[in-house]
Ligand binder design. Sequence first.
Ligand code: SF4
Ligand code: SF4
Length: 443
Amino acid sequence: MTIKTFRGGIHPPEYKELTQNSVFEKVPAPGQIFLPLTQHLGRQAIPVVKKGSVVTAGMLVAQADGFISAPIHSPVCGTVANLGKQITSSGFPKDTITIITNGQTEAAFMSPMDPETITPDDIRKRVADAGIVGQGGAAFPTSVKLTPPPEKLIEFVILNGCECEPYLTRDYRFMLERPDAVIGGLKLILKVLGVQKGIMGIENNKPAAIEKMKNYLRDEKDLSVVVVKTKYPQGAEKMLIKAITGREVPPGKLPMDVGAVMQNVGTAVAIYDAITKGEPLITAALTVSGKGIKNPKNLIVPVGTPIKDVIDHCGGLTDNAAKIIVGGPMMGAAQYDLSSPVMKATSGILVLTKDEVETKQETTCVRCGKCVEVCPLNLLPTRLARLTQLQRYEDAEMIGITVCMECGTCAYTCPSNIPLVQWIRLGKQKVFRLQKERSASEN
Ligand code: SF4
Ligand code: SF4
């Protein structure tokens, strides 16, 4: 039988064995936590506490600013020490609430609701009130994704259990340890969207998770598991929709334009917990892995915990640790300041060793075409990078630079070690600026 997939893509070493059998461990609250007001795509949240405010776990500390925004809750009991700037994993300082913890453990959650009788409107409101953001990496406010325009016909919900980034095993552990919450969350998503058909997409390198989910769905006629090929970036929205349904999301369009809504396994768990326990999104489930960390683990970490505390919880760095990345190795961001906090959508902390990060010499493009062959979006990475180098941004725009999802597949394949994705990222920023200027001059 042919296993479903998409065109292009690569097969980097997986390194999942470092943590795939590591059961989630809860990390206690550190001495102080940092809660950046922008942990989501959209407008920054507005603080509702001030210096000296006493907070308990689950209490609202910043409210959403409009529809595309998300509120923030304290994951700990303590006292607000400061409202100021703090460096984040993006590398930039952001407005942040700092809380000194007091070791107490009481929680002020919302009231639990019955998933059987809850109405779609109440689910949507609870998801918004709980500050849930997409756990697949983009951190888009989930309540917005659950509110498609009425003219869009949604035919199916896809639950993304691919976890195609090397090293990461967080979603895998969710499927093994919390199948009730994964499926319960999927059912709530289906209910809020008024959709019957739910499909879980899981890569074929996770047989235990596939078996577990299939068993859970044995008696469900509208819910199913589709096994897809292990290939990077199989978990990207457009790639998984193509693999499962055969439908292509056109450039500039959204999954809902082809009748699909996709959510990550971790988002389903967060929705289930917000409904059944009243718990806002105050913890991040993440994989800490790599040869540069002493004890790789899967952890449940209070949001706002400094990366350094998480690394210490895993026994610290090895002597040859050289590079720390937040996220996966393909799309994650290198870190320079370990006081930067774990955020709502942090899926991993990865520590690479010296031999793994040795910089390879960049040489001239040999026009081998490999980058074009592997680009899952059929772009011309070499041309996009060249046009950026030549500052021909309008030409780069014409051939689709803004469509690039920065998956890094092209750069990984390039035998000349050309940092294609860095050039393309720069080009995209320039094009977005040009587009902004254009629309300002038109108005
Ligand atoms: S980073 Fe962009 S250009 Fe490169 S393979 Fe991914 S989508 Fe294609
Ligand atoms: S993979 Fe590298 S060397 Fe080959 S065409 Fe693309 S940029 Fe050039």
